[in-house]
Design a protein. Sequence first.
Length: 574
Amino acid sequence: MKKITLLFALMISLISFGQTPIITMIADGDCSGGNPKVVEIYADGAVDFSLYSIEKQSNGGSWGTTTSLSSFGTVTDDFIYVYSDSSSPELFPSEYPSASNVLNDGVVNVNGDDGIRIILDSDSSVIDQYGVDAVDGTGEFWEYKDGYAKRNTGTTANGSFNQGDWTFYNLALDGQGSCQGGNTFESIIGIASFTPGTVSCPLTLSITDVTCDNVTSGTDTYTVTGTFQGGGTETYNFVINEGTITSTDDPDTMASGNIVVTGIPEGTDFTYTITSTSCSITNTITSPECEPSTNVSSIADLRAGTIGETYTLTSEAVLTYQQSNRNQKYIEDATAAILIDDSEGNITTTYSIGDGITGVTGELSSYNGVLQFVPETDPGAATSTGLTVSPQIVTIAEFTNNYADYESEMIAFENVSFTDADGTVTFATASNYMLSNGTDQITMRTNFWDADYIDEVIPTNTLNVVGIAAQFDNGTDPVTPQIFATDVNATLAADKFTTSQFSLYPNPASNGFVSIQTKTTGAVNVEVYNLLGKRVLAAKNINSQLNVSALTTGVYLVKVSQDGVSATKKLIVK
């Protein structure tokens, strides 16, 4: 499976509670019949009032006289008014001239000692309430006979009645009102003045992982895992627009745990909403690209893949060079090499040069003509250590004529010199220097800024240069093969049979024969392998020519053995 770790929290604990109705004022008028009776309600956010009803509790009795608020429709950050003045219908507009969004209903025919609450119709849960449940308000702190009570700014609905959220004005409307020649009730109360506050949501939820099942393209599904803290104090309602919560951990009863959602289709914007009496949180996760990877058993097969597709290198490759810039690594096996470009730091394991790495998964890409492998996961600990990759000793002509067959591999040029060396100039970073073997020339670039030779004087003598087969494109210079040097004064063992001590020509071969020439006289034994490691040709006691007419077009590895030592060199057949 491929795992994408999301390094950000998608919820925060302190939020502005929205999308809820709040009772903000209740009044018992003093006009004829004790009218008008009024309840002011604020829509905090976009409130769909078709979901809610208002109820009355008379004299501490049972709740009843329920009226739906659906006639208000959806109201956003504004006030609505439910009033009762059945004896004199003209009283309310004259006493509350600026009020809009109104409903005349006997549900608020209260007498200053009655309770009022708003319920959610779907489950009858209490959203907000004025008055102590089952208590007659006469003589209580919250009585509002011939007066009113206002919710304090900066508070919000919490499903119950809290004395500290209110200021009480019992008898403050006695003898008042334009109906009695006094000030209007609206001017005394000061309606539509409430501003909601914030609440601290007990729940924090962070999405930590998104995992896909790596099946055929177009049918991937995702599993989202989140961790929560601070739950268990109230009931949370999780609404998922895609997928199903499968976790047994429940924030309604647990202080911490995991939330797991499965069955999210590929490419879906997965949205979840969490609500409770003090929480209203909505977030969206865009399902990341999560295509199944194709297994490849060699770097040569990886390089032959399709740009933009995802692959897993199932075989072991050797780390030949690495640098901190973009977390880049060069890996090589017996068939080829490739640059791992890991700018996002998905590979977190620390490796050393010479470590074997197995099971790298990533996307094949190209940058300025150079194939790159962009990892998507960390392959884990090295599967081998202390491995060596001897640089392939090639001529400048062999390399420049067949660059694509050497890209990102460790190579070496023997007996070359720097054309611009004068004994005083030093190597600088990100610079080009010309190498020559007397006949051909090639550019060496100081692409690895922490190389040992940086700031050293450029040698004037003939030497060996080891590095990565590469090319550099700065947008202006011609893009040509070059070497990213790792060592400009390499010592290549003279007592071993190295690739410099035999040559294959013509290479590429196209006429069915190649000549093998060694620095030591005598017959050699030859084995030829394809890039899958299968031996396809063997010949003993070869003095000069090898018949390769049976080989199809492609790249092969030719192993030459003489006097108990051997070396390997690439052969290109066209």
